[in-house]
Write a protein that binds this ligand. Structure first.
Ligand SMILES: Nc1nc2c(ncn2[C@@H]2O[C@H](COP(=O)(O)OP(=O)(O)OP(=O)(O)O)[C@@H](O)[C@H]2O)c(=O)[nH]1
Ligand SMILES: [Mg+2]
Length: 668
């Protein structure tokens, strides 16, 4: 049997889906969290042995889709057979929800209404006459609370749904045929439906607090969406997230984890004493060293995941979208781009996916290609390594990386706007403010462990494989003979990476080791740290005593042979070039256009190159009084990039002019 969960955005569909199936699909306190359909079997404890599959859909306000994720819902409901629909309604706002409900009831599929968030309705002294509502809608109505620690009503919903399958319900409201191409007719039909909904709401709902009374939340919102205060609060919150995860709590926990990893590595080396040296170095250095270096940073990443989960649950995301909207509009984006950017702070893949709720193609594509400029969890190890090795673990490195990322999103959006030429188009920004709520610590903890699991799995698969390949390529030459320690430059890795390193001379890091690490970093960013650990034979990076680098920061810095200026340039290059294969895959699905995708990758590579070049050359000039190596060739590369985008922009403008002339021609 197939049961569908459908309802308005943010009504709690995914929360109920997770509770009924035991899945961990993404939940957040704003509309538009779910952007695709998910299916899973209902847990044994709820299904009592029956084979029930449950489908979670993106939220929708109506069967006529407004945004891409809403069309996923209406198309699914229209085109896929389901036995029963569970219509989830937010009990605190039934007036808005019943429009969609009345449409669902017309489909001929049995519906059971779940009055979800009934705990919140109770707190807000909203009373709903369930019996009367059920009578007026002609379908069962059950009060539910889906949040896990206090779930109630869920078993009854499933039982009722099962008992309805194959049955027949009479819709309380029938629209009749409407000519969808006639806007007035559609408006009239919608108006009629609203009238029906309002009548029902007036009969069944009793509110102690009228909707037009100003509440405490409204006053908080007024402050948070004030231009200046709002932006400062956002900056302060992100600063807090970074400081706590990367300067205070994170490294504190990482400290003992790294101790464990080091002891483990020593123990394994001891066990392998009598085995062939190649095998023992591959296992101890290539596998445990490289993977351990990445895992060592896990606590920093976990603390950040936890804090982001709290933010996602609180209801703050919609407010920060509203406050940044006017700013983003200036560069051709809108407040809708904010959520993808904040989510990308955890991981760019879900961040880019959440851009799907942006209706305008150009804006959605621009958001998908730019969101990954903010440093994600996988970039944290790279930031922490460089800030520790070259800048005494200074906190400014991480927040400068973040705010520079935001700045690059702005300038990137500006370039996209210039190249695509939609200068005068503005999109509307509509986003409902969900109620603020105290985020659930259990939820944040589960979410943190889920993401940590994914991080560990990645380290144990992709990262491990890359480290292994790097280790082997570094140990052998093209004749497949082992290369001696001082002959490293003849290895397979060195010969492949050296020509690439040549391109990096104007950026201040033209060695094959760093080039190899940057290239493996395109596959997954954690590889930068893993590969550096392997090629330089370094192990765990965070010291057990001082939270600085193992064997002293200077050692790591010396081994890499970078000045602090070129180290910063290398860090920025890794942060602002394409983040990983997975993110490019996600970009591909949201951009849905070959030319745009190619330009997106081109823009990312160019941005990383330009930022690194500027950092290195300007830094050298300021600190050493002279420009760095390769200034002229680097400048030529950059000027060519600028010339290409200006030319593209001009071509677009010429096209527009031509189109405009064609448009006015008949009148002449
Ligand atoms: N108090 C309370 N909160 C709930 C309940 N159900 C869900 N929530 C919260 O409501 C918010 C939205 O939940 P989701 O499950 O993501 O909502 P959704 O309907 O899937 O939203 P979209 O995917 O955006 O359409 C989250 O913060 C949940 O924790 C409930 O019964 N009571
Ligand atoms: Mg959802």
């Amino acid at each position: 049997m197939r049961i569908l969960l459908a309802g308005n955005p943010n009504s709690g569909k995914t929360t109920m889906f997770n509770a009924l199936t035991g899945q961990h699909a993404k939940v957040g306190n704003w509309g538009g969290v779910t952007v695709g359909e998910f299916q899973a079997p209902v847990k044994e404890s709820y299904s009592s042995g029956r084979d029930i599959s449950l489908v979670d859909l993106p939220g929708a306000y109506s069967m006529s889709p407004f945004s891409p994720e809403e069309s996923v819902t209406s198309e699914h409901i229209r085109n896929t057979h389901s036995d029963v629909i569970i219509n989830i309604i937010d009990s605190t706002s039934i007036a808005r929800s019943l429009f969609f409900t009345s449409q669902l009831l017309e489909l001929g599929v049995p519906v059971v209404v779940a009055l979800n968030k009934s705990d919140m309705a109770e707190n807000e002294q909203i009373r709903i006459d369930k019996g009367l509502l059920s009578q007026r809608l002609g379908c069962p109505v059950i009060a539910t609370v889906s949040t896990e620690n206090q779930s109630s009503g869920l078993a009854q919903v499933i039982q009722t749904a099962v008992s309805l399958a194959g049955g027949h319900q009479i819709p309380p409201y029938r629209q009749g045929a409407v000519d969808l191409t006639n806007k007035d007719a559609v408006d009239r039909a919608d108006h009629q439906r609203y009238k029906f909904v309002n009548d029902v709401v007036n009969d069944v709902e009793l509110r102690e607090v009228r909707a037009n009374e100003k509440t405490f939340q409204d006053s908080v919102d007024e402050i948070l969406t004030n231009r200046f205060i709002g932006i400062s609060v956002f900056a302060a919150i992100m600063f807090g997230v970074f400081s706590i995860s990367q300067t205070y709590l994170g490294p504190y926990i990482a400290d003992w984890l790294v101790g464990w990893i080091e002891s483990f590595q020593e123990w394994v080396s001891g066990q392998l004493q009598d085995s062939p040296p190649l095998l023992s170095t591959v296992i101890a250095d290539g596998i445990i060293g490289g993977v351990g270096a990445v895992i060592g940073f896990l606590p920093l990443v976990m603390v950040m995941y936890f804090l982001i989960a709290l933010l996602e649950e609180s209801g703050y995301m919609a407010r920060v979208s509203a406050v940044l909207d006017p700013l983003f509009k200036r560069v051709g984006l809108s407040g809708k781009s904010v959520i993808p950017i904040v989510i990308s702070t955890g991981c760019a893949v879900p961040g880019i996916m959440s851009a799907r709720t942006i209706r305008d193609d150009r804006e959605r594509r621009a958001t998908a290609m730019l969101a990954s400029f903010v440093p994600c969890g996988a970039k944290i190890p790279v930031i922490a390594l460089f800030s520790g090795a070259f800048f005494g673990g200074a906190a400014w490195v991480s927040w400068v990386s973040y705010f520079l990322g935001l700045f690059l999103i702005f300038s990137g959006a500006f370039v996209v706007k210039m190249v695509t030429g939609f200068q005068y188009r503005q999109s509307f920004f509509i986003m409902e403010f969900p109620r603020f709520r105290a985020p659930s610590l259990t939820h944040a903890t589960t979410s943190m462990f889920e993401r940590a699991k994914a991080y560990i799995i990645k380290a144990a698969t992709i990262i491990l494989l890359c480290n292994l390949v790097v280790h082997v390529m570094q140990s052998f030459n093209w004749q497949f003979e082992l290369v001696a320690e001082e002959m490293q430059d003849t290895s397979i890795l060195a010969s492949i990476a050296s020509p690439i390193a040549f391109l990096f001379i104007p950026l201040g890091f033209g060695t094959w080791q760093l080039a190899a690490a940057a290239v493996t970093g395109f596959i997954a960013k954690e590889n930068v740290v893993g590969t550096i650990a392997v090629v330089y034979g370094l192990t765990a990076f965070i010291d057990t005593d001082e939270l600085a680098m193992v064997g002293g920061a200077n050692d790591v810095a010396n081994v890499m042979g970078l000045t602090s200026v070129s180290a910063l340039s290398y860090l920025f290059f890794n942060l602002y070039t394409p983040p990983c294969f997975a993110a490019i895959g996600a970009m591909n699905s949201e951009i849905r256009h070959k030319g745009w995708l190619l330009s997106a990758v081109g823009l990312q590579v160019s941005t990383g190159y330009i930022v690194a070049f500027t950092t290195y050359q300007l830094g050298s000039l300021l600190i050493e009084g002279q420009l760095g190596d390769g200034f002229i060739p680097g400048l030529i590369v950059i000027l060519s990039l600028v010339a290409v985008s200006v030319a593209l922009g001009q071509r677009t403008r010429a096209n527009f002019t031509r189109q405009y002339e064609l448009a006015v021609a008949p009148a002449v």
